[in-house]
Design a protein. Structure first.
Length: 151
């Protein structure tokens, strides 16, 4: 399984999702590839946001080595499953992928624990640290469900 986690900037939410799922994949002894990307490309080449790094570190995860990149249409050829953090991210994925968009590969991350409810992982970018902890917990629960479902 190749899984891609996608948000807007690839500096707050999807780096956490990549780090958390990769950690759970390793713990489960699975041979999955996990990556992340952002739809807007504004932070290409940057490490995850300091607060995402800090909150991850507090939970024992080092995500400092990640590097932001923009989502590209060809990602539909490389990945089996593409998880979007929010509905606006799905819209952007559609716009970027155009004819390569494959709805069977795209899912809102939170639908793994609240099927069909189309809940968003809120963007913590504008807010203080507690928002990053909330986001961490939401993503962690969804990643636990993904492992249980596909392992
Ligand atoms: P993320 O948060 O999508 O969770 O990485 C954002 C970070 C930066 C921006 C938007 C969202 N930005 O527009 O710069």
């Amino acid at each position: 399984m190749n899984i891609l986690m996608v948000c807007l900037g690839n500096i707050c939410r999807s780096p956490l999702a990549e780090g958390i799922l990769q950690h759970r994949v390793n713990q489960a002894g699975l041979n999955w590839r996990v990556d992340s990307a952002g739809t807007n490309g504004y932070h290409t080449g940057e490490a995850p946001h300091q607060l995402s790094q800090k909150v991850a570190k507090a939970r024992g995860l080092d995500i400092s080595g990640q590097c932001s990149r923009r989502f590209i249409a060809a990602d539909f050829e490389k990945y089996d499953k593409i998880y979007a953090m929010a509905r606006d991210v799905v819209d952007e994925i559609k716009w970027i992928a155009k004819g390569k968009f494959d709805p069977s590969k795209v899912e809102l991350l939170m639908n793994e624990i609240y099927p069909g409810e189309n809940r968003d992982v809120p963007d913590p970018w504008y807010g203080p640290e507690p928002g990053y902890h909330d986001v961490y917990d939401m993503i962690d629960s969804a990643c636990e469900a993904i492992i249980e479902k596909y392992k």
